[in-house]
Design a protein around this ligand. Sequence first.
Ligand code: HAM
Length: 441
Amino acid sequence: MKEIIRAPRGTQDILPGETSKWQWIERAALESAAAFGFEEIRIPTFEYTGLYSRSVGETTDVVQKEMFTFTDRGNRSLSLRPEGTAGVLRAAIENSLLAGALPLKICYILSCFRNERPQAGRFKEFHQFGVEMLGSKSPLADAEVISLADRFFKKLGIHGLSLQINSIGCRACRPRYHQALREYFSRYEDSLCETCKERLLKNPLRILDCKNPDCAALTAQAPCILDYLCDDCESHFQKVQKALQDLQIEFRVDSGIVRGLDYYTKTVFEFISNDLGAQSTLCGGGRYDGLVEEMGGPALEGLGFAMGLERLLMVMEKQKTAFPDATECMLYLGSRGEEAARRAACICGELREEGFCVSFDVLERSVKAQMKYANKIGAVYAAIIGEEELSSGKIQLKRMADGQSKTVDLQCLKEEMYQAKLDQFAEKIVQEDFCDEDMDQ
Ligand code: HAM
């Protein structure tokens, strides 16, 4: 036997059986976004590397250490997208979307790539659901975007998340804060990691986000951004908090949140879960006024968030969220003989036209093997047609759950399936009522 080539470390297959959960989450994500007026965008998986260094930032871990970068035949540097915001903004500018109605509200579900050391909740390839709102400077927009994430979590039945918010100032107040950080960290320069020594000169705010334990220990006593906000940032931050209170969204101000990407200004936020272990940030986002202009677009403000779908699923599984059933096979129509097999294929075609999920034998198996297969795939009903059934026009329909059989007219199979669906539905409602009664007691 030849050696199996395995998937690269830090990637994972989403297998049949799991995909229905993803489809459900993705549908709920797009529905939640649509309720707030966000439309989906799809963008390329890779972009010119300069897009990320210019937006995410030269001094960030993402750009310095984590991007999958390669050159094309024309020797241009390309990178797999490490996040969605940069590509979405590029697409909005390039396609003149910002010349239309504002604010522009876009959402996306995409795969991202970061060359990080894999661990629970951290992958080299992962998926994000995100939204971006472009063209509003109002604090109400910050609350609106946060409230979208909050509503989505509620829709999925996720509980126990904590929302932490902060303001990291703007171009006007940041220099003063940078200066204070430089003064503070230069006293401990020898203890900083090599990357942070460089950051001390270029972008001291990034030191606050360093995962090195020595740098993290120094960060605890560093000057606090909230003491350096200009009047505009201070007032904006107060209004965001007021708007969140109005919407009855609980939050905590945490001045330690600086986010790992350079484009943020003013409000930043994270939804944290205790069900995630070390990688506890489920969703992160914030405002990035100035970024659209920096990327060659008009002077418009922007903000958004993204959440990791793998982490979302981890939380949901930990919290034993009930997922809807995957599409089940209503009828496995087996056959005996070539002619009957062809007839089974036609009957299945007709039932599919009606919207039923049905299957027939394509392996020319024995009747016994076909029934075994019907059982394995969890078919709700199974029947076999052969010469006899073809001439009599009647088949034995077997309910797989309890083995009960009844004779039905081949002509009436469609009606039988409709009735079976109704029975299933009624059974489910009775079960749910029972569950509710149990809960009430
Ligand atoms: P981010 O915090 O870098 O922000 O990523 C957002 C979310 O993606 C994280 O909270 C986490 O759930 C997930 N994530 C990040 N890295 C990994 C990984 N290696 N493995 C699994 N999940 C991961 C952004 O990407 C910004 N673009 C968010 C944003 C949109 N800000 C404004 N608009």
